[in-house]
Write a protein that binds this ligand. Structure first.
Ligand code: HAM
Length: 423
C-alpha cells in the first residue's frame, strides 16, 4: 500500500476541535441536562451490536437498514453493525438486564455517536451525534408529553428558538392495518413507476414522503392516518396534545409526517429548524409500542427521542447564537523563569485540588506570549511569579477583568483567587 502524505478524517465525519469542541460539549450536556431534570438515568451502550438487532428492530425496509448500515464480519465471523440509532440497543439492554421487571416506566438517557452511510452534505454526516431518551413500560399520554417537553426544554435551554415541533399519530394495531389497506388501494390506483409501486407494497406510508413534485401531486389526496385513527388511538393523541398545551409546548400537527424508522406507533414527532436547509430535522422520536416484544421481550410500550447534536450546533450558529461556552480555565499562571515555573506548577496543583480550574504557560515563551495565552484561555486571573517574588514568597495576582494587580503571600493564594472568582 502506498504511504499517504497526510491523513484526513473519514469522509462525511466531522471533527470537533477547540474552540468548537467546547460548543459541542455545551450542546450535548445542555440537552442531556434537560433529561436529568426529568429523572432519566444514564445508560452507556456498545457502539456496535449484532446486525440482526437493527434489521429486526429498525426494519428491513428502511433506508437506514437497507442502505446505510456500517456492517462487517468481525474476526470471529460474526456480523456486527455500528449502531445507526439508539433505541434498538436500549431495548436489547433493558431486556438483557431485566430492567423491564423493575419499577416502570424505565427512564433512560444516552449520548454518543451513531453511524449511517449516507451521502454526506451540510448537516448530514456518516458519524452523527445524538442525545436520546427512552421511557419504557407505561402507555400514558402524559409520558409522551413529558418526553416531548424534555426535548423542547433542551433546545430552548441552549437559547434556540427558530424551530417548530411537528407532531402526528401513526395509529396502532387497532387501526393501522386497515389504514394501510386503504392507502394501498389509493396508491395502486395511481400511475406510479415500478420502484414506487414496490414501495407502496412494502411500506406505503413511505410513498407519502416522496419528494418528487409529480408524486407529491398524485398523493395530495391520499387518505391520512390521522383521519382514520381508532377511538383509543385518537383519545391517546388528543390527550398528548392537551398535556402539551398545559406544559406550554407549542406544536403543529403534521399528518403527512413520515419517519425513517419502522418501529413507530401512535405519537410521532419531529423538531424542524428552518435555518438548516434540506437537513432540517434537529430531533425526532415517538412511540414504539411493539418493539420490545419484537426483540424478544415482554409486551411493553415505549417512547423516546433522538436529538441531533451536530445539527443543533448548526442551528445555533444559524441563529447567531452560542450555547454559552464556559471559559477554559479560571486562573492562568505566568512564570518569569524556570524556578518560578516549578513553583507555579506546584501552585496550580494546589488550586486545582481546591476546585479552581488552572492552567499555566509552558515552554518559556516569555512574558508577552504568556500574557497573551492567559487572555486567550478565558481565565479571570493571571498569576505572575518572578524570581524575586520567590525569595519573599509572594505572587502577583492580576484580575484580567479589571486590570487590578496585587502582590499577595503565596500561602494565601487559594483564598485570594477564590475571593476574586466568587466576586
Ligand atoms: P432519527 O430521526 O433517525 O431518530 O434521528 C434523530 C436525529 O438525529 C435527527 O433528527 C437528526 O437531528 C439526527 N441525525 C440523524 N441522521 C443524521 C445524520 N446523518 N447527520 C446528522 N444528524 C443526523 C432516531 O435515531 C431514533 N432512534 C429516535 C428515537 C428514540 N425514537 C424513539 N426513541
Amino acid at each position: 500500500m502506498s504511504k499517504p502524505s497526510s491523513f484526513s478524517a473519514p469522509k462525511g465525519v466531522p471533527d470537533y476541535v477547540p474552540p468548537a469542541s467546547a460548543e459541542f460539549v455545551a450542546v450535548r450536556d445542555g440537552l442531556t441536562g434537560a433529561a436529568r431534570m426529568a429523572g432519566y438515568s444514564h445508560i452507556e451502550l456498545p457502539v456496535f451490536e449484532d446486525t440482526a438487532l437493527f434489521a429486526r428492530g429498525v426494519g428491513e425496509s428502511t433506508d437506514v437498514v437497507s442502505k446505510e448500515m456500517y456492517t462487517f464480519a468481525d474476526r470471529g465471523e460474526r456480523s456486527v453493525t455500528l449502531r445507526p440509532e439508539g433505541t434498538a440497543g436500549v431495548m436489547r439492554a433493558v431486556i438483557e438486564h431485566g430492567l423491564d421487571r423493575g419499577v416502570l416506566p424505565v427512564k433512560l438517557s444516552y449520548a454518543g455517536p451513531f453511524f449511517r452511510y449516507e451521502r454526506p452534505q451540510a448537516g448530514r454526516y456518516r458519524q452523527l451525534q445524538q442525545v436520546g431518551v427512552e421511557a419504557i413500560g407505561v402507555d400514558d399520554p402524559a409520558l409522551d408529553a413529558e418526553v416531548i417537553a424534555v426535548a423542547d426544554a433542551g433546545f430552548r435551554g441552549l437559547g434556540l428558538d427558530g424551530f417548530r415541533l411537528e407532531i402526528t399519530s401513526l395509529g396502532d394495531d387497532s387501526c393501522r392495518p386497515q389504514y394501510r389497506e386503504l392507502l394501498q388501494e389509493f396508491l395502486f390506483g395511481l400511475d406510479l413507476d415500478e420502484d414506487t409501486r414496490r414501495r407502496a407494497e412494502l411500506n406505503p406510508l413511505r410513498v407519502l414522503d416522496d419528494k418528487r413534485p409529480e408524486v407529491k401531486e398524485m398523493t395530495a389526496a391520499a387518505p391520512l392516518m390521522i383521519d382514520h385513527l381508532s377511538d383509543s388511538a385518537k383519545a391517546h393523541f388528543d390527550e398528548v396534545l392537551r398535556h402539551l398545551d398545559a406544559l406550554g409546548v407549542p406544536y403543529v400537527v403534521n399528518p403527512r409526517m413520515v419517519r425513517g424508522l419502522d418501529y413507530y406507533t401512535k405519537t410521532t414527532f419531529e423538531f424542524v429548524h428552518d435555518g438548516l436547509g434540506a437537513q432540517s430535522g434537529i430531533g425526532g422520536g415517538g412511540r414504539y409500542d411493539g418493539l420490545m416484544a419484537q426483540l424478544g421481550g415482554q409486551e411493553l410500550s415505549g417512547i423516546g427521542f433522538g436529538l441531533g447534536v451536530d445539527r443543533t450546533i448548526l442551528a445555533l450558529a444559524a441563529e447567531g447564537k452560542s450555547a454559552g461556552v464556559p471559559a477554559r480555565c479560571d486562573v492562568f499562571g505566568v512564570p518569569l523563569g524556570d524556578d518560578a515555573k516549578a513553583k507555579l506548577v506546584e501552585i496550580a496543583g494546589r488550586l486545582r485540588a481546591e476546585g479552581i480550574r488552572t492552567d499555566l504557560a509552558y515552554g518559556g515563551r516569555g512574558v508577552k506570549g504568556a500574557m497573551k495565552a492567559a487572555d486567550r484561555s478565558g481565565a479571570k486571573i493571571a498569576l505572575v511569579l518572578g524570581e524575586r517574588d520567590l525569595a519573599d514568597e509572594t505572587i502577583g495576582v492580576k484580575n484580567l477583568g479589571t486590570g487590578e494587580q496585587q502582590q499577595v503571600p503565596i500561602d494565601d493564594i487559594v483564598a485570594v483567587t477564590g475571593a476574586i472568582l466568587a466576586d
